[in-house]
Design a protein around this ligand. Sequence first.
Ligand SMILES: Cc1cc2nc3c(=O)[nH]c(=O)nc-3n(C[C@H](O)[C@H](O)[C@H](O)COP(=O)(O)OP(=O)(O)OC[C@H]3O[C@@H](n4cnc5c(N)ncnc54)[C@H](O)[C@@H]3O)c2cc1C
Length: 474
Amino acid sequence: MAGRGALLRLAVAAGASERLRRAHALSAEPPPTSADVLIIGGGILGCSVALHVAQLGHSVVLLERASVGGEASGLSAGTIWDAGLPDPPAAPDLASLSFLLRSGSSAILCALRGCDFTRCGALEVGCTRGECEFLHAQYERQRAAGLAVEWLPSAAAASLAEPMLRGGSVACAVHTPLSAHVHPALATLALATAATGQGAAVREGARVTSLRREGEGEGAAYVAQLSDGSRCAARHLVVAAGAWANELTAPLGVEVPVAPVKGVVWTSGPRAPGELRKILFGVEAHLHFATHGDGRSSEGAIPAYCTHGAEGNRRARHLYGRQCGPADSHQIIFGGDRIPTTLTDYAVPEESVASLRKHVGELAPSLQACGCQAKACTEGGATPSFTRRTGLMPFSADGRPLVGECAAVGFANLWLACGFGPKGIMEGPMAGRLLAELIVAKLGARHDREHEVQVASEALQWLDPCREGGVRRT
Ligand SMILES: Cc1cc2nc3c(=O)[nH]c(=O)nc-3n(C[C@H](O)[C@H](O)[C@H](O)COP(=O)(O)OP(=O)(O)OC[C@H]3O[C@@H](n4cnc5c(N)ncnc54)[C@H](O)[C@@H]3O)c2cc1C
């Protein structure tokens, strides 16, 4: 597990400024014993909820067992696929909710300082006739909805947008000029810092060992016991513990269908800026799931949209890649696999890295060579080991995040913000803002926010944690 100290050392060694490091210093004081809202988990979800609840004027305590951004949020690739909002605007349905979340998250991350937010545009690339037909049909639907998408019908057109694709197998692409990337660890820290600036108490090294409910119904309070023997109580509890959400709620008698899925990324050594202009997304896995089903197992052991099955057998290849900003010395980073695993497994599967490198070589032969530089940044050198890493993504069973209150299973004021799988950076910040509106509305009606609360409740109905196949009372 990479801790915050380690992440910051990497960022600072790789060029992030001392000013940035100091700006993210969080308090080491013991956490307050009570608050209006208690949040467990200092990933991108927990930090966004903390910021937005505090901004709306309520007291917040966020407890993180290790380091803010030390798990999936800091280990992620930080890509944000964004095509703007439908024009004319439509009330979000399940299909279009992600546009709202991505566009809103981009705006939130863009406003944060010092996290390398870069709106460089992305290419979704197709290599076969089937992939290009699939991409084109998707493009037509998005264009008809008024989204910011451009069709690049040939290898030449795709290579003009991204010269690194020259000589590779790409035959067509969809360009989304609004797509962006961000340094995910610094973005998570920046959200936490902004939350403390609004009065939230964010505490690292604060492991919650058990949760219990005192009282029933709307009058109940939730009490968290910490590993140092202290406790913290609140009327509203938000579980934003990523892949560990179920571990936390189980003692309360609530089963959350979220499982750990390993993401693998492979990173080059330092590069010159501007070598890879666009973020790249392969479409192979999307086409596989569209034609073969989402691959979830009936007993729930394998969540939807995994690239590997129960025995570790590969079903499909997925690929994304981008060039990092100055905080990471402009490294080029690739990833894609989604491998079901356990809560303690961070081992890098060699097969995964080999497959990734081969896939990169097919799309962009000149980029594959960037792996050769990896030797320059192995352990012991001036630049820290940064060549490959894994993180545990919180996958929900059906592929839809779980965001909202658990009242329908008998747990009023217990809120979930988890299950974002491979898209928590691009959807989490806005989901956190919407959830904060609903929590604050329950803390006391505010006439000045009726519109925001209505928007939030219409949008989040699609992610209701108590939907069929969602949380269960045990
Ligand atoms: C390799 C990889 C690449 C990815 N690439 C992208 C991408 O390009 N774009 C994108 O949008 N998404 C990407 N993701 C997915 C994204 O990172 C996740 O969806 C997102 O970070 C989930 O955030 P979270 O806050 O729910 O969970 P986490 O970031 O995992 O945070 C949960 C936190 O809860 C804490 N916690 C757990 N138990 C306790 C406890 N008992 N007490 C206190 N604290 C506790 C943990 O320590 C952790 O910090 C990627 C993920 C990985 C691993």
